[in-house]
Write a protein that binds this ligand. Structure first.
Ligand SMILES: [Cu+2]
Length: 229
């Protein structure tokens, strides 16, 4: 029974006020934790991306291929692979990779055209499912080519391949990734034995009558050494 309606209302509003502040406090605390988690997550992601270190997804090898790097005064411009590491462009003359670890390679090509490639290097091999995930449009051309937009490819059309990223152990091909000029490509592979490998572009993209001069025969351009450890 309510004896004093005013006192009851007063009490009621005080209670409401307490509940209100409790709810506000809970929102602030939960929200704060949420922001903290999001912030931590962002920091973790950006630091793992910039260091090329191993993370949950394995190891990341990021290569950038450019069309016209200055080779020398007589040959002039040549295509070149760089390794992107810690936000800087590094030479690909020596690449260090881990063994028994999933290596995800991203090749970003800023290039155009095609060149002659022996048939066996037109097929992706040594990569997961023998497939390369190919994204059209690193180089903006003003129109989209819908058919080849974000597709898994095993057999590459000869008319589109300008380079390969091929890893050789002695005379055997361990990994072969055909590269389409002006595309971004992603694939994964494992190196199961430690030691040194040769990497080579197998498409004749260099200088001279055979196309195997200049970049094709120069470490850090279209060939180099991979140390697996
Ligand atoms: Cu090449």
């Amino acid at each position: 029974m309510i004896t004093d309606p005013l006192n009851f209302l007063n009490h009621y509003f005080i209670m409401q006020e307490k509940v209100f502040y409790a709810i506000v406090s809970a929102i602030v605390i939960i929200g704060g934790v949420g922001i903290g988690v999001a912030y931590d997550h962002q920091v973790a992601v950006s630091s793992s991306q910039s260091s090329n270190q191993q993370s949950n997804g394995g190891y990341h090898l990021d290569l950038m291929e450019v069309m016209d790097a200055n080779y020398n005064s007589s040959i002039g411009a040549q295509p070149r692979y760089y390794e992107v590491m810690n936000g800087t462009l590094q030479s690909t003359s020596n690449i260090t990779l881990p063994t028994h670890t999933k290596i995800t390679i991203t090749i970003t090509s800023y290039d155009m055209g095609n060149t002659s490639v022996p048939a066996q290097y037109l097929t992706a091999s040594g990569v997961l499912n023998d497939q390369v995930y190919v994204i059209n449009g690193t180089t903006a051309m003003g129109s989209n080519t819908s058919k080849s937009w974000s597709t898994n490819i095993t057999s590459f059309p000869a008319s589109k391949v300008l380079h390969t990223f091929t890893i050789l152990q002695g005379s055997s091909t361990v990994v072969n990734i055909p590269v389409i000029a002006g595309y971004t490509e992603v694939a994964s592979f494992y190196l199961n034995s430690s030691g040194s490998y040769v990497w080579q572009c197998e498409a004749a993209c260099g200088s001279g009558p055979t196309g195997w001069g200049g970049a094709m025969s120069t470490p850090g351009w279209m060939t180099g050494t991979i140390y697996a450890q």
